[in-house]
Design a protein around this ligand. Structure first.
Ligand SMILES: Nc1ncnc2c1ncn2[C@@H]1O[C@H](COP(=O)(O)OP(=O)(O)OP(=O)(O)O)[C@@H](O)[C@H]1O
Length: 944
């Protein structure tokens, strides 16, 4: 009855076209809704209890397994194994798909995570969606159509690739809860009004009913809020995971893509892009979805609700309000997108600096460079902080405007919207004219109650509207920031997807050689700083003619027109001064740099892919236990130690999982130990593959490291644990284990003692490995048959031996190839021999003299009158030196004869030897060789 009268009273109030005091029919709506919510909760409660029951059922099992955590040994096995390989179909295999089960240690146990790599065809399909950006676009991200295109490409090609992906489900659920929250907000606003109305009317029963409903509504409202937060975080995590997995597959690509190597030429601080930017983008994206959808929905629904009660005039005023707000805020909003992108870049620079100091801590410590590094890092940090501070400062003005407009202007507008009709319409006049009979008084009371209810509801709706407007404005700022992050992420993806594929050498099946023809070696064009590039572009616009002529000025090649054949068994040594391009040749051989020049040609005997497949799948070649050999294995100048066990250092880049598969193919493994929770077999110590590993360690004189560190499976930070020489020996162990057909050894024995070096070289040769050594040490020549001398882009200005490389070439990149034993090589060896021998002679002389003096004096005190003694000693040493020169002449003659024998074999023209007669020496040597039955491997052997 009361509600009927309320409705009637309300209908008297002209500004309430649809009176808010709820009539009989409408009055049931909250009840129905409350009932629905109850049902929902009930079903939820049932599910919860089912889950709870299930969980309770599993509890003993779980507790039991929790109690029995992995032992340390099991954990180390898991860490070593990392993953289990899964089979793929031949089509998937051809498309580069790999399936694995990752073993992740988690809360004392192991969680198995299935992973599947992105097919190569997917990258090909995606590339057209990520065309490269211009410099302007990279530097000035904005809310434009380009931004939408970038966002669409990232979202629908990578982050949420299909409608059936789990991310779609999360978005759908998230959206449902967002809508639900808006609906619940409206219900709360209505109920609020109703409760106040009942208080004004002093209707206790209705008030209590309203209060009951209030509590009921609170339950779904709070659940909705926490679910929205949870789903937002979940969505962010999923987006990040998708992007990260995709980027890992793309970035860490195998030869010939090598994107992790090539991309550094184009993007600075790429690790910041790959880690922090991906995370920031995912958070911004998932947050923005909620921040944009919810307030937009709120605005829509609240506006429609309000316009029903405010009438046409009110609605027009409301929209005018929106328009004014948007115009003010747009004018007051700074370029947050650009600011966010710059902040990410500066953050990356700072992190990079920190990482460098961490990585090179020992070097910095030796130089005591802490203070200098501090300056560099503080500089980078202050640059970042200044920028962040600047953002904060401009945010003050922006947020002040926003707060003022949204909170106060909108509230004032809200008051006006509600008050104006009440104060200045017929209603007021009508109400004032009513005579105060009892019935009319009641009617008037009802009208006041109705107005109060409508006021409270509208006020709440308006406050919510202001809140939604505020969030929408924040969302606008977030959207600008997202534009900045999107541009960075897009730049990363488009750079990686559009990177030019590396040069693929021509594979000649069964060829016994590596062949290089018409090959120029040039430093690849480096990265250009986008800001500088923009400046240059602008300048170039002004003086385009000048710049075009400047473009022709290309750097001279490091090596020009190289034609070289490296036959199996013909060991090559590459030498030349520092910086002439020795490593650069290895970079071309290894596929890191593309060959330049006129129709360059690089021919390789066989693809190393077979090796990779072999280790991934444990397949044997023709059923034999012989594992395939990679064509080329390059040992770089700087030793690299990977994360993992000692064994993994030797077999790098083969993983332990692949190694186990290979071992299993070679000979049976031991079953897992009894009671082990891991189903991982064990390789026994006497297994042939481990025997081989230990044998290799013996050969490189590292067996003691296994003893010292406590076994092959010990995991340590090997970069710090092993000494420089040990790391280089580990490199040689890798060569001996992989047994490549050709091994490039780039100054990789510089810290190894020469006797060990020699034995390692011999071990490698014994395994039929053809060596391509890059070194400045003439003592290594004896292990090689060919010598490539580079003269660098300057054209051979600095070869010290005075050989025929002195003629400077204007084009640069001169090179000479000779047989070891030729004039150039001999001169280098001669020089080294002379130095070594004079030192040797000195030592002998002094030792002898000391003995004599000790014999003469019988006492060690040489202080008194030692000047005379020293003179005598020097005279004696000189005599010794003379003797040694004679001995040297003999040695030189031996060498010369050896070299000339070789040269004669190779039809080389050997004419001059500085001391002694070649013919005579040759005869002598030949006699010696026959008598002693020694193969004259090296001219230095006698001395050794
Ligand atoms: N990524 C690069 N960007 C620019 N220049 C480079 C790059 N890599 C190498 N260079 C230049 O190419 C030249 C040859 O380098 P390379 O490493 O081949 O020298 P090298 O002959 O092996 O010297 P060293 O004996 O000192 O090892 C050097 O002048 C070097 O500065």
């Amino acid at each position: 009855m009361a509600s009927a009268s309320t409705s009637k009273a309300a209908s008297h109030i002209p500004f309430l076209r649809h009176p808010l005091p709820i009539p009989e029919s409408l009055n049931r709506r909250p009840l129905v809704l409350a009932f629905l919510v109850f049902l929902l909760l009930r079903s939820r409660a049932v599910t919860l209890s089912k889950d709870a029951i299930n969980a309770l059922g599993d509890l003993p099992q779980k507790l039991k397994s929790r109690k029995k955590k992995l032992t340390e040994e099991e954990l180390s096995r898991v860490l070593q194994q990392v993953y289990l390989e899964k089979d793929v179909t031949p089509e998937e295999e051809a498309d580069g798909v790999r399936k694995k089960t990752l073993l992740v240690p988690y809360r004392g146990g192991v969680v198995k995570v299935p992973i599947e790599s992105t097919p190569l065809s997917k990258f090909k399909e995606d590339a057209p969606y990520f065309p490269p950006l211009s410099v302007e676009q990279t530097l000035k991200p904005s809310l434009s159509l380009e931004f939408l295109a970038q966002l669409r490409a990232i979202l629908f090609r990578i982050a949420i690739p299909s409608i059936s992906s789990s991310e779609t489900g999360i978005v759908a659920l998230h959206s449902t809860f967002l809508v639900l929250r808006t609906v619940l907000s409206i219900l709360v606003a209505r109920l609020d009004g109703r409760i106040v109305r009942d208080i004004v009317k002093a209707d206790g029963k209705a008030f209590l009913r309203g209060l009951g409903l209030w509590f009921l509504l609170a339950i779904p409202s709070t659940i909705t809020n926490s679910m929205i937060r949870h789903l937002q975080s979940l969505l962010a995590l999923r987006l990040r995971t998708r992007l990260t997995r995709y980027l890992h597959d793309l970035y860490l690509s195998a030869n010939p893509d090598l994107r992790y190597y090539r991309a550094t030429n184009y993007l600075e601080g790429i690790d910041q892009y790959l880690t922090a930017d991906v995370e920031a983008w995912s958070n911004a994206m998932s947050g923005l979805y909620g921040n944009l959808l919810k307030p937009s929905l709120d605005m829509l629904l609240f506006t429609s609700q309000l316009s029903r009660s405010l009438g046409v005039r009110g609605t027009i005023l409301l929209f005018a309000n929106y328009y004014a707000t948007a115009a003010i805020l747009r004018a007051a909003t700074p370029a947050f997108g650009k600011l966010a992108a710059t902040e990410a870049r500066l953050e990356g620079e700072y992190r990079k600096g920190m990482g460098r100091v961490g990585r090179e801590a020992e070097e910095v410590a030796f130089y005591n460079g802490g203070a200098r590094e501090k300056d560099i890092l503080t500089n980078a940090y202050l640059k970042l902080i200044k920028h962040v501070n600047y953002i904060y400062k401009i945010r003050i003005a922006y947020e002040w405007t926003e707060d003022y407009v949204i909170k106060y202007l909108w509230s004032a507008a809200g008051y006006a919207l509600i008050a104006v009709p009440i104060l200045f319409t017929r209603t007021k006049r009508a109400l004032q004219g009513i005579k105060t009979t009892d019935a009319e008084t009641r009617k008037r009371d009802d009208a006041v109650a109705g107005r109060t209810e409508s006021y409270i509801s509208n006020r709440r709706l308006l406050l919510s509207l202001a809140d939604a407007g505020g969030r929408l404005m924040y969302a606008y700022k977030d959207l600008l920031e997202l534009a900045g992050l999107t541009t960075r992420l897009y730049t990363l993806l488009s750079t990686l997807l559009n990177l030019k594929k590396g040069y693929v050498p021509l594979v000649i099946e069964g060829a016994p050689e590596i062949k290089l023809a018409n090959l120029d070696v040039r430093v690849p064009r480096g990265r250009t700083d986008p800001e500088k590039a923009l400046e240059e572009k602008e300048k170039a616009g002004e003086q385009s003619e000048k710049s075009s002529s400047a473009g022709d000025n290309e750097d001279a090649p490091l090596v020009k027109d190289l034609n070289l054949t490296i036959k199996v068994g013909e060991h090559l040594m590459i030498t030349g001064s520092n910086g002439v391009g020795k490593t650069a040749v290895a970079r071309v051989l290894g596929g890191l740099w593309d060959p330049a020049g006129d129709e360059p040609r690089v021919e390789m005997p066989r693809d190393a892919k077979e090796t990779a497949d072999f280790f991934a799948k444990g397949r044997l070649v023709n059923g034999s236990l012989e594992r395939p050999r990679p064509t080329l294995y390059v040992l770089p100048q700087r030793s690299y130690m990977t994360v993992g066990s000692l064994l993994e250092q030797i077999i790098y880049p083969c993983s332990f999982a692949s190694f186990v598969k290979y071992a299993e193919a070679v000979a049976p493994l031991q079953p897992p130990p009894a009671g082990s929770r891991l189903n991982l077999p064990v390789i026994p110590r006497d297994h042939p593959v481990l025997v081989e590993i230990y044998d290799i360690l013996e050969k490189v004189f590292l067996a003691y490291v296994v003893e010292r560190e406590g076994g092959l499976s010990v995991r340590k930070e090997w970069r710090d644990v092993l000494s420089g020489g040990e790391k280089q020996r580990m490199g040689m162990a890798r060569v001996l284990w992989w047994r490549p057909r050709f091994a490039v050894l780039d100054e990789c024995t510089s810290a190894v003692s020469s006797d060990v070096e020699g034995r390692m070289y011999e071990s490698a040769k014994a395994l039929d490995i053809t060596l391509i050594t890059i070194s400045l040490r003439p003592s290594l020549m004896k292990y090689h048959t060919q010598l490539l001398t580079l003269e660098g882009p300057g054209g051979g200005a600095s070869l010290e031996d005075g050989s025929d490389a002195g003629a400077s070439s204007s084009h640069g990149g001169k090179w000479t190839l000779s047989r070891v034993g030729s004039k150039e090589e001999r001169m280098g060896v001669d020089r080294e021999i002379a130095v070594l021998e004079s030192k040797l002679a000195e030592v002998e002389g002094w030792e002898q003299r000391v003995k004599e003096l000790e014999g003469l004096l019988g006492v060690q005190d040489l202080d008194e009158g030692n000047v005379g003694e020293k003179e005598v000693a020097v005279a004696e040493v000189e005599a010794e030196a003379e003797e040694s020169i004679e001995a040297e002449a003999e040695v030189s003659a031996v060498e010369a004869s050896f070299i000339s024998t070789r040269e004669a074999e190779d039809d080389h023209d050997v004419k001059s030897v500085s001391e002694g007669s070649v013919e005579q020496a040759e005869e002598e040597v030949e006699e010696e060789v026959v008598e002693e039955d020694v193969t004259p491997q090296s001219p230095l052997e006698d001395i050794d």
